[in-house]
Each structure stands twice: as structure tokens, then as C-alpha cells.
Design a protein around this ligand. Structure first.
Ligand code: NDP
Length: 303
């Protein structure tokens, strides 16, 4: 069973020999980040025993409590934080020091306390790139990509694809206004000339004819039972590869259809694990075992 989250107002200082890490969000009870990070910390401690004193918690923090919560967490001995819904964008106004990658994406999912201040990073784009390479054999350099969505996760996917030099990038989203805003914002730091915004019901011929297309679902469609697929795969060739950022449920309607059509496809667990590994590298300065994190994640999801 997943452990219940801690409440920010109930946190008390950690013992002086402990180093605290945490994921903050609202709601946060379904997060499996503690099991993923604890598995990697256990593995690290077999070589460097002091990592036995590192702990990773999930902490429920509402938007209104985030700014004061960050101060309180530092006072209590927390040095590394992951942020999830609804904090990734709001935190921008609360910290001064933000890594360039996070600025480009417009969201922060990792905070590291330097001893003087919280510094913001974004490891989602890195996590996606590693997942695509390892699981689908996709290299973002020269890839042809269709992203579905224009929220924070889509933004990380688009920024990573553009900064790595993808060949073509098509993006589709239910709200065209949100999509246009996203492309405008990315244009502040990246060359967006290769980006084509297109409605899902009228995909241009170039997308459908492209023999090596990668479709990335970065919408939340598929999270809830009864959700429809964000796109029908009927018109795409079987060589199309499909990555769904959703990992719970493990099989969404989009992935079911891809599998039925013989397309290579994968769910978002690999992205979750790789972004977590990068965060832990930032906090510890150590190389992290992705395998240990995967088995921690799988154990947590099978509970
Ligand atoms: P946001 O809330 O920022 O964005 C949600 C996106 O889903 C928007 O593009 C929204 O479109 C679209 N959407 C929601 N409902 C519908 C609907 N009924 N029909 C069509 N489109 C819809 O969320 P995030 O970007 O943070 O997350 C998106 C997904 O990615 C989630 O499922 C999340 O769990 C997953 N994720 C996975 C990660 C991983 O490591 N595997 C990391 C981060 C996210 P609109 O703009 O029109 O509202």
C-alpha cells in the first residue's frame, strides 16, 4: 500500500544526521516518487553508507502554502525537492535562481538548496529524451514528431525536441489559444520555424505520409477510466512509434490501439524514472542506477 502523504503544517525538523528530499504537490497521495528514489538511495548506500541517512517523503502542499512551505522545508533539513501539479509554473515567482533549461520550458520540476537559496531545474525534457532513445530507439536529432497537448509536459517535450534539432515538429491541442501561447513562449529562446500547429481533426498530409513519425501523448486523456484516445491511429502507417506519457494506467486506449496495429509503443514510466534519476544526480552529484529506480517504480505500481 502507498504511504499517506505528510502535511506541510505537520513537518518537524529532521534529525541533524539526515538529509531530506521530497515531492510536493496537491493532490500527492498517488505519487510513487518516494519508492523510486528510495530504491536508488538504497543502491547508492551500498557504496557510500552515508546515503542511508537520506530520506524521501511526499508532502501535500497547496498553491497558497508553497512559498512559505519552501522556507519551512529548508529549515527542517530538506535539500532537494520535486514539484508536481499545481506548482511547476507558480514557483517561478518564488525563486530567483533558475537554470536555463527550466526557463526555456517555462516550468520547474526540481529544486536544489545551494545552502543560500533554492535553485530551479527541469528534468522532464531530459527524462523524455532518454525514454524515447532507450525504449523506442528514437533520437531527437532529426526526428519527425507529433506532440499532442500544450500543457507543462508538452512544453518540455517540444523544448527538448527543438533544442536537440528535430526535423519536423507538429503540435496539436484542444485549446488553440493555449497552443499558440506555448509556441510564442518557446520562440523566445528556441528556433520555432519547424513547428506547425495543427488541429487533430485536420492533420496535414506531411504528418500522415511521414514514415518515421513519433507520436507523443502529452495530454491527460487516458488517465481516467472511460477516457477516449486523443487521436485515432487508423490513418498512420504501422511504422509510426507511439509514446504515451501516462504510466498509470499502464495501458491507455492510445497504447491499446497502437499495439493492435503493430506499432512500437511505450508508456510514460520510463520518462518518470529518467527524470527522477536526473533530479537525484543533481542532489547527490552521483551517477544513479536507473534499473534500481525502475524496480522501485514497478513494485510501487503493483501494490
Ligand atoms: P496540464 O494540465 O498542464 O496539460 C493537460 C493537457 O491535456 C492540455 O494540453 C489539455 O488541453 C489536455 N487535455 C486535458 N483534457 C483533455 C480532453 N478532455 N480532451 C483533449 N485534451 C485534453 O498537464 P501536464 O502537461 O502536466 O501533464 C500532461 C500529462 O502528462 C498527464 O497525463 C501527466 O500525468 C503526464 N506526465 C507524465 C510525466 C512522466 O514523467 N511520465 C511527467 C509529466 C506529466 P487544453 O489545453 O485544451 O486544456
Amino acid at each position: 500500500m502507498l504511504e499517506p502523504p505528510l502535511l506541510i503544517e505537520d513537518l518537524s525538523p529532521l534529525p541533524p544526521n539526515q538529509v531530506g528530499l521530497a515531492v510536493l504537490g496537491a493532490p500527492i497521495k498517488h505519487s510513487i516518487s518516494p519508492q523510486i528514489h528510495s530504491a536508488a538511495l538504497r543502491e547508492l548506500s551500498s557504496g557510500i553508507p552515508s546515503f542511508l541517512n537520506w530520506v524521501y517523503h511526499k508532502v501535500e502542499v497547496s498553491s497558497k502554502d508553497l512559498a512559505s512551505g519552501l522556507e519551512h522545508l529548508n529549515e527542517c533539513g530538506y535539500r532537494g525537492l520535486n514539484l508536481t501539479i499545481p506548482h511547476k509554473v507558480d514557483v517561478f515567482s518564488m525563486i530567483d535562481s533558475i537554470d536555463q533549461e527550466a526557463r526555456t520550458i517555462g516550468a520547474v520540476n526540481t529544486l536544489f538548496h545551494t545552502g543560500e537559496e533554492w535553485r530551479g531545474f527541469n528534468t522532464d525534457g531530459y527524462g523524455l529524451e532518454q525514454a524515447l532513445k532507450g525504449r523506442l530507439g528514437v533520437r531527437l536529432e532529426s526526428a519527425n514528431i507529433l506532440i499532442l497537448g500544450a500543457g507543462g509536459a508538452a512544453r518540455a517535450a517540444a523544448a527538448q525536441s527543438l533544442s536537440r534539432g528535430c526535423e519536423n515538429l507538429w503540435i496539436s491541442n484542444r485549446s488553440t489559444e493555449r497552443l499558440e501561447n506555448m509556441i510564442d513562449a518557446l520562440g523566445n529562446s528556441l528556433d520555432t520555424a519547424r513547428v506547425v500547429a495543427c488541429p487533430i481533426s485536420q492533420l496535414p498530409a506531411g504528418v500522415l505520409d511521414c514514415g518515421d513519425l513519433v507520436i507523443i501523448n502529452a495530454t491527460s486523456l487516458g488517465l481516467n477510466p472511460g477516457d477516449p484516445s486523443p487521436v485515432s491511429l487508423r490513418a498512420f502507417p504501422p511504422s509510426t512509434r507511439v509514446y504515451d506519457m501516462i504510466y498509470n494506467p499502464a495501458e491507455t486506449p492510445l497504447l491499446e490501439e497502437a499495439r493492435a496495429r503493430g506499432m512500437v509503443c511505450e508508456n510514460g514510466l520510463s520518462m518518470l524514472v529518467h527524470q527522477a534519476a536526473r533530479s537525484l544526480e543533481i542532489w547527490t552529484g552521483q551517477e544513479i542506477s536507473v534499473e534500481a529506480m525502475f524496480s522501485g517504480a514497478q513494485t510501487a505500481l503493483n501494490c
